[in-house]
Write a protein that binds this ligand. Structure first.
Ligand code: C5P
Length: 235
């Protein structure tokens, strides 16, 4: 079954640990991002792991190959399971990262940030005519796979085309998940848990749909039971 990862989008360790404890035994995987890691560092990772919870470290690495490879080795030493880096760092960076990870760490490529539209991407890449994210994302996913990266982060809306590009073995980690009828917040391209799984997601990132729910434990259980019933929910 697809893994459910709860995003710990909180500023500090006390809040992160309160959320982990509140979610209780339903929780087995969390995402630690730049905000929390920049403030608390590896210590918060260890404290979450002490509670038996697995970690996706969402640092979106992007630097020269030597530096990224060194950061991947550091993350391998933390015992985290998933780590992100930008596919646009290029072939040499991706290959260096893949060569530096130990067996238990999976690397995920971020293709095109969902905050970039065609004009924004065209401007950043020097293409005045614009660059279409829905063409560039599968292309970059393919590059990452050629370099030995284990999977990608993608919205459920792109997951199907990316799955066709990268084959069945790779992981697809999908944020922007909302239960039917739930608020979209600032996300534009949201999908339900069952839709994401049907499109080929292997891991779903749940943020506010769980953490801002009246009872986060109940919301998490609802996501789990929806996935269990979804066609294609078994890997
Ligand atoms: O609260 P919500 O479900 O929107 O949170 C989604 C999480 O996934 C946040 O941590 C957000 O930064 C992350 N994310 C995303 N869209 C991406 C990549 C990451 O929403 N394309």
């Amino acid at each position: 079954m697809a893994d459910i990862i709860v995003a710990l989008d909180v500023p500090d360790a006390p809040e992160a640990l309160r959320l982990v404890d509140r979610l209780g035994p339903e929780l087995d995987f969390v995402k630690v991002g730049l905000e929390l890691f920049t403030r608390e560092g590896p210590d918060v990772v260890r404290r979450i792991q002490e509670r038996g919870v697995r970690i996706f470290l969402d640092l979106k690495l992007h630097d020269i190959p030597n530096t990224v490879a060194a950061a991947v080795r550091s993350a391998s030493g933390l015992g985290v399971e998933l780590l992100t880096l930008h596919a646009s760092g290029g072939r040499r960076m991706l290959e260096a990262a893949a060569g530096a990870r130990d067996g238990s760490l999976a690397l995920l490529a971020v293709t095109v940030l969902t905050s970039l539209d065609s004009d924004g991407l065209g401007e950043a890449w020097g293409r005045p005519e614009g660059a279409n994210p829905s063409d560039e994302a599968p292309r970059l996913a393919g590059l990452a796979m050629e370099c030995g990266i284990d999977g990608v982060v993608a919205s459920a809306w792109e997951a199907g085309s990316i799955r066709r590009q990268i084959g069945s073995a790779a992981s697809i980690v999908t944020p922007g998940i909302r239960l039917e009828g739930g608020a979209a917040h600032d996300q534009r391209r949201v999908a339900t848990p069952s839709r994401a799984v049907q499109e080929g997601a292997t891991h779903l990132v749940l943020g506010r749909a769980v953490t801002a729910a009246e009872d986060p434990q109940v919301a998490l259980a609802a996501v789990r039971s929806e996935i269990a019933g979804a066609v294609g929910g078994v890997r």
